[in-house]
Write a protein that binds this ligand. Sequence first.
Ligand code: SME
Length: 162
Amino acid sequence: MADDHRRSLAWLEERIAAGTAFRELAQAAVTHLRARYPDYDWVGIYMLEGAGLRLWAWDGPAATEHVEIPLDQGVCGYAASSGEVINVPDVNQDPRYLQCFLGTRAELVVPIATGGRIFGEIDIDSDRLGAFDEGDEAFVRAFCGRLAVAAERDALASRTPG
Ligand code: SME
Protein backbone atom coordinates (compact mmCIF):
# COMPACT_ATOMS: atom_id res chain seq x y z
CA MET A 1 0.00 0.00 0.00
CA ALA A 2 1.22 3.54 -0.78
CA ASP A 3 2.70 5.66 2.00
CA ASP A 4 -0.10 8.24 1.93
CA HIS A 5 -2.65 5.43 2.29
CA ARG A 6 -0.76 3.98 5.25
CA ARG A 7 -0.59 7.40 6.89
CA SER A 8 -4.33 7.91 6.48
CA LEU A 9 -5.07 4.53 8.06
CA ALA A 10 -2.77 5.35 10.99
CA TRP A 11 -4.49 8.74 11.33
CA LEU A 12 -7.90 7.02 11.51
CA GLU A 13 -6.72 4.31 13.91
CA GLU A 14 -5.43 6.96 16.31
CA ARG A 15 -8.80 8.66 16.42
CA ILE A 16 -10.66 5.40 16.90
CA ALA A 17 -8.28 4.40 19.72
CA ALA A 18 -8.94 7.80 21.34
CA GLY A 19 -12.63 6.83 21.55
CA THR A 20 -13.95 9.46 19.11
CA ALA A 21 -17.73 9.10 18.66
CA PHE A 22 -18.75 7.82 15.25
CA ARG A 23 -20.53 10.96 14.07
CA GLU A 24 -17.49 13.11 14.82
CA LEU A 25 -15.21 10.49 13.31
CA ALA A 26 -17.30 10.41 10.13
CA GLN A 27 -16.96 14.17 9.61
CA ALA A 28 -13.24 14.11 10.35
CA ALA A 29 -12.80 11.19 7.94
CA VAL A 30 -14.50 12.81 4.94
CA THR A 31 -12.62 16.07 5.52
CA HIS A 32 -9.32 14.17 5.75
CA LEU A 33 -9.95 12.17 2.56
CA ARG A 34 -10.94 15.17 0.47
CA ALA A 35 -8.02 17.25 1.73
CA ARG A 36 -5.39 14.55 1.12
CA TYR A 37 -6.47 13.05 -2.21
CA PRO A 38 -6.85 15.55 -5.08
CA ASP A 39 -9.10 13.30 -7.19
CA TYR A 40 -11.55 12.87 -4.30
CA ASP A 41 -13.65 15.91 -5.19
CA TRP A 42 -16.65 15.12 -3.01
CA VAL A 43 -16.60 12.64 -0.14
CA GLY A 44 -19.63 11.55 1.88
CA ILE A 45 -20.57 8.98 4.49
CA TYR A 46 -24.07 7.54 4.21
CA MET A 47 -25.40 5.39 7.04
CA LEU A 48 -28.22 2.83 6.95
CA GLU A 49 -31.26 4.17 8.75
CA GLY A 50 -34.54 2.29 8.53
CA ALA A 51 -35.17 1.32 4.92
CA GLY A 52 -32.59 3.58 3.34
CA LEU A 53 -29.41 5.59 3.51
CA ARG A 54 -28.96 8.94 5.18
CA LEU A 55 -26.05 11.33 4.66
CA TRP A 56 -24.20 11.74 7.99
CA ALA A 57 -21.13 13.66 6.87
CA TRP A 58 -19.73 15.19 3.68
CA ASP A 59 -16.97 17.42 2.41
CA GLY A 60 -16.87 19.05 -1.00
CA PRO A 61 -17.56 22.21 -2.93
CA ALA A 62 -21.36 21.84 -2.74
CA ALA A 63 -24.10 20.06 -0.82
CA THR A 64 -25.95 17.20 -2.49
CA GLU A 65 -29.71 17.03 -2.85
CA HIS A 66 -29.44 13.28 -2.19
CA VAL A 67 -29.46 13.41 1.60
CA GLU A 68 -31.63 10.30 1.71
CA ILE A 69 -31.24 7.46 -0.78
CA PRO A 70 -33.58 4.43 -0.89
CA LEU A 71 -31.75 1.09 -1.10
CA ASP A 72 -33.14 0.40 -4.56
CA GLN A 73 -31.75 3.63 -6.01
CA GLY A 74 -28.38 4.84 -7.17
CA VAL A 75 -24.92 3.37 -7.06
CA CYS A 76 -25.12 4.12 -3.34
CA GLY A 77 -28.27 2.04 -2.82
CA TYR A 78 -26.77 -0.81 -4.83
CA ALA A 79 -23.53 -0.88 -2.80
CA ALA A 80 -25.37 -0.77 0.53
CA SER A 81 -27.84 -3.51 -0.38
CA SER A 82 -25.30 -5.84 -2.03
CA GLY A 83 -22.34 -5.16 0.27
CA GLU A 84 -20.14 -4.84 -2.82
CA VAL A 85 -17.48 -2.26 -3.61
CA ILE A 86 -18.71 -0.34 -6.66
CA ASN A 87 -16.11 1.44 -8.79
CA VAL A 88 -17.73 3.33 -11.67
CA PRO A 89 -15.09 4.65 -14.10
CA ASP A 90 -17.65 6.61 -16.16
CA VAL A 91 -20.86 7.57 -14.40
CA ASN A 92 -22.53 8.44 -17.71
CA GLN A 93 -22.32 4.78 -18.73
CA ASP A 94 -23.89 3.37 -15.54
CA PRO A 95 -27.70 3.23 -15.50
CA ARG A 96 -27.71 3.00 -11.68
CA TYR A 97 -26.05 6.40 -11.33
CA LEU A 98 -28.01 9.18 -9.58
CA GLN A 99 -26.57 12.51 -10.56
CA CYS A 100 -25.51 14.95 -7.86
CA PHE A 101 -22.98 17.22 -9.56
CA LEU A 102 -22.61 18.09 -13.23
CA GLY A 103 -18.82 17.78 -13.07
CA THR A 104 -18.73 14.22 -11.68
CA ARG A 105 -17.15 11.64 -14.03
CA ALA A 106 -16.29 8.69 -11.74
CA GLU A 107 -17.61 7.33 -8.46
CA LEU A 108 -16.33 4.86 -5.86
CA VAL A 109 -18.67 3.49 -3.20
CA VAL A 110 -17.35 1.19 -0.46
CA PRO A 111 -19.53 -0.39 2.25
CA ILE A 112 -18.73 0.17 5.92
CA ALA A 113 -19.33 -3.38 7.10
CA THR A 114 -18.04 -5.96 9.53
CA GLY A 115 -19.07 -9.52 10.34
CA GLY A 116 -21.73 -9.46 7.63
CA ARG A 117 -23.40 -6.35 9.08
CA ILE A 118 -23.55 -3.27 6.86
CA PHE A 119 -23.57 0.05 8.72
CA GLY A 120 -23.24 2.41 5.78
CA GLU A 121 -20.75 3.43 3.11
CA ILE A 122 -18.23 5.95 1.89
CA ASP A 123 -19.17 7.59 -1.39
CA ILE A 124 -16.44 9.39 -3.36
CA ASP A 125 -17.13 11.43 -6.51
CA SER A 126 -14.36 12.52 -8.84
CA ASP A 127 -14.35 14.99 -11.72
CA ARG A 128 -11.77 12.78 -13.47
CA LEU A 129 -12.85 9.93 -15.73
CA GLY A 130 -11.56 6.58 -14.41
CA ALA A 131 -10.18 8.27 -11.30
CA PHE A 132 -10.16 5.21 -9.05
CA ASP A 133 -7.78 2.28 -9.45
CA GLU A 134 -7.23 -0.91 -7.46
CA GLY A 135 -5.02 1.01 -5.05
CA ASP A 136 -7.90 3.36 -4.20
CA GLU A 137 -10.26 0.43 -3.82
CA ALA A 138 -7.91 -1.41 -1.43
CA PHE A 139 -7.23 1.75 0.54
CA VAL A 140 -10.86 2.84 0.93
CA ARG A 141 -11.84 -0.74 1.76
CA ALA A 142 -9.25 -0.79 4.57
CA PHE A 143 -10.40 2.66 5.72
CA CYS A 144 -14.02 1.45 5.83
CA GLY A 145 -12.97 -1.66 7.73
CA ARG A 146 -11.66 0.58 10.53
CA LEU A 147 -14.78 2.77 10.41
CA ALA A 148 -16.96 -0.34 10.75
CA VAL A 149 -15.21 -1.25 14.01
CA ALA A 150 -15.97 2.26 15.32
CA ALA A 151 -19.59 2.11 14.10
CA GLU A 152 -20.09 -1.24 15.80
CA ARG A 153 -18.56 0.07 19.02
CA ASP A 154 -20.97 3.04 19.03
CA ALA A 155 -23.95 0.82 18.22
CA LEU A 156 -23.08 -1.49 21.13
CA ALA A 157 -22.48 1.43 23.51
CA SER A 158 -25.87 2.94 22.73
CA ARG A 159 -27.52 -0.34 23.73
CA THR A 160 -25.75 -0.53 27.10
CA PRO A 161 -28.03 0.62 29.96
CA GLY A 162 -26.84 3.57 32.05
N1 SME B 1 -24.22 9.34 -7.24
C1 SME B 1 -24.82 8.66 -6.12
C2 SME B 1 -25.73 9.57 -5.34
C3 SME B 1 -25.01 10.30 -4.26
S1 SME B 1 -24.16 11.67 -4.82
O1 SME B 1 -23.03 11.20 -5.70
C4 SME B 1 -23.45 12.47 -3.55
C5 SME B 1 -25.54 7.40 -6.57
O2 SME B 1 -25.60 7.12 -7.76
O3 SME B 1 -26.06 6.70 -5.72
